[in-house]
Structures are given as structure tokens and as C-alpha cells.
Write a protein of this length. Structure first.
Length: 345
């Protein structure tokens, strides 16, 4: 390996690591707030990229129908609950958020040619379609069992992952796809060149991480999420809705996942099931952070990116094995250093 190859591999490792870092942060956020190991995080990556590709092909994404169906289910459940508790005044808000908004988006896309829209508008539409799936999935799959043991929540996550993967095959087919780059060309640095799409990934990833830091540190909702992550019972006693915190954490996770898919879709071919492997590498970074530390999880995800890039040069056939083997010494180290307590029934 010469210096030029090392730089190119380092560029790939940094690019992949930035995406894994975003997914690791989303996984840590969801687990800290809801105790859910969110295995379907990778599906939002695939859904975001493939929904954008469908819009750019001038077609109506099938994910929009999923949003309408899940929105109708949430509206029916929450509406019936509101009537049962004598809160009929909440019905207009419930129907507007869960049913009217998806239908309005469907009417909008039915009346325009999405392929003729600017790239920024296509990206916003893709996010508007995919991101609402996060809180809807939380409401239907996790909120009813929010106080269940972590093992039960993990089993539900596996089930949700399998359902979303199957729906992805139904919606998008088995063929992979790529989307056009945000900006074509490369930046010549003399000793190496840097693709503009890579710059987009690094800059937007850094901006998202800084934005999340500001959100948690300065906004009232971010502080509520931090409080819920530290002590769910204490947060509830202080008037913080753990249900709202769960929905918000899933919304942020869906946004991060879908936007990550949009970012990497021009540089890699994505299939309906590609998100699982990408999300799993973000999970390795989250495990390095103990599913509690955001900075360590981000650093661990960058380590995964570099390890994957350089191992692809030395042993490309075993790069996935090498990456996932990293989790074994981390788990052993944490197991030896942790104090074990039996979970209460």
C-alpha cells in the first residue's frame, strides 16, 4: 500500500464512518429514551434512498401508501381513545396530523411530476414521506408495551425489521438503484482528489451532529429528551411526557436514517435490504459507546468506517467479518467492567 492508496482508503473510511456515526447517534438516542434497540434503523436508510430514486423516476412512491395506512391506524386508535376519555376536542388535531397530512402529500404528488422538481424539493418530499413512519411505528409497535422488559422490546424490533424489509421488497423490487450526485466532479487537492459528493456527506453529517448537540443543549424538547434518558420516572414526575419523548426520539431517528440514505445513494447502489448491514455497522459504533455515550459512539463509528476501508484492501473477502468481530472484545471489556443486576419483572 502506497501513500496515494492510503489516502483514498482513508477518504472512504471517513465518508462511511460519518454515516455510521449518524446512525450510531440515532441508536443511542432511541435506546436511552425508550430502552428500544432499534434494529429497523437501517430500513430508514434504504427507504429514504429508494423513495428519492422513485421520485426522480417520476413515480409515486409506495412508501406514501404505507404512511397513509399507518396514519389511518394511528388516527383510529388515538381517536377512539380520545372519545373513550371524553376528549373529543382532540379529534381534529389527531385527524389532521395522522390522516389529513399524508393525504395532502399524496394529492400534491399526484398533481405534479416529481421528476421535474429541483433536487432540493425531491429530497424534502422524500423526507416528508419517510420520516413520519418513525413516530407512527413507535405509536403502533412500541408505545403499547413501553414498560415491557428490554428483551420483549428487542423481539418487537426484530419483528418490525422483518416487516419493513418485506415491505421494501414489495415496494421497490429486488433491483438496486443509485441517484444522481448533488454536485458532479471532484476537488483537486494536489496529492489526491475529493469527490464533491463526499464533501456533501462530510459537511452535512458534521452539520447534523452540531445541530443535534445544540438541540439537546439549548431547546426545551432536547432537554426533555435528556431528562427522560437519565430517569424516566423522574421525568414523568416533573411533567415530561415519556410518550412524547418516545415519539420525538423515533422522529429524529427516522430523519437521521432517511437523510443518511439520501446522502449515500449517489455513491453506492442500495437495495431494499441494504439498510440492515449499514445500520448494523452503526450499531457496532453504538455498542462501543455502551449505548449511552454519544461522543464515544460517534468515535467508535468512525473507527468502524476506517477499519472497513483498510480491511477491504488487505482482506476484502473478510472485511465484514473483521468489522463485526470488533464487537467481541468491546462486549468482553464492558462485561468485565460492568456491575450486573437482575432485571425486575
Amino acid at each position: 500500500m502506497d501513500f496515494q492508496i492510503a489516502l483514498l482508503l482513508g477518504q472512504d473510511g471517513l465518508t462511511n464512518g460519518a454515516i455510521y456515526a449518524l446512525l450510531a447517534l440515532a441508536l443511542v438516542l432511541v435506546f436511552a429514551v425508550t430502552r428500544v434497540i432499534f434494529i429497523p434503523q437501517g430500513e430508514f436508510v434504504a427507504y429514504g434512498a429508494l423513495t428519492l430514486a422513485t421520485l426522480q423516476a417520476g413515480k409515486l412512491p409506495a412508501t406514501l401508501w404505507l404512511v397513509v395506512v399507518l396514519g389511518a391506524a394511528v388516527a383510529a386508535i388515538d381517536g377512539a381513545r380520545a372519545l373513550r376519555h371524553g376528549s373529543a376536542r382532540r379529534l381534529p388535531r389527531i385527524l389532521a396530523l395522522n390522516l389529513a397530512a399524508p393525504l395532502a402529500l399524496w394529492l400534491l404528488l399526484a398533481g405534479v411530476d416529481p421528476a421535474g422538481l429541483p433536487l432540493a424539493a425531491q429530497v424534502l418530499l422524500a423526507l416528508a414521506i419517510v420520516v413520519p413512519l418513525g413516530p407512527m411505528i413507535y405509536r403502533l409497535a412500541y408505545q403499547p408495551i413501553a414498560e415491557a422488559p428490554v428483551l420483549i422490546l428487542l423481539i418487537v424490533s426484530i419483528a418490525v425489521h422483518l416487516v419493513l424489509t418485506g415491505l421494501g421488497l414489495l415496494f421497490f423490487g429486488a433491483e438496486g438503484t443509485r441517484t444522481p450526485a448533488f454536485t458532479e466532479g471532484a476537488l483537486d487537492l494536489g496529492f489526491t482528489s475529493l469527490q464533491y459528493q463526499t464533501l456533501w456527506i462530510l459537511l452535512i453529517s458534521a452539520a447534523l451532529i452540531v445541530g443535534l448537540y445544540a438541540f439537546f443543549g439549548r431547546s426545551i424538547y432536547g432537554k426533555a429528551l435528556r431528562a427522560t434518558a437519565l430517569n424516566r420516572t423522574g421525568a414523568r414526575l416533573m411533567g415530561i411526557s415519556t410518550t412524547l419523548a418516545g415519539k420525538l426520539s423515533f422522529t429524529l431517528a427516522a430523519l437521521i436514517g432517511a437523510f443518511s440514505g439520501v446522502l449515500i445513494s449517489p455513491i453506492t447502489t442500495l437495495y431494499y435490504d441494504s439498510g440492515f448491514l449499514i445500520g448494523l455497522k452503526g450499531f457496532v459504533g453504538a455498542i462501543i459507546g455502551g449505548l449511552v455515550s454519544y461522543p464515544v459512539a460517534a468515535a467508535g463509528a468512525l473507527l468502524v468506517g476506517f477499519l472497513e476501508a483498510y480491511s477491504s484492501f488487505w482482506a476484502s473477502a473478510y472485511k465484514e467479518v473483521i468489522v463485526f468481530t470488533l464487537i467481541i472484545p468491546v462486549l468482553l471489556w464492558r462485561s468485565l467492567g460492568a456491575r450486573h443486576t437482575e432485571e425486575e419483572e
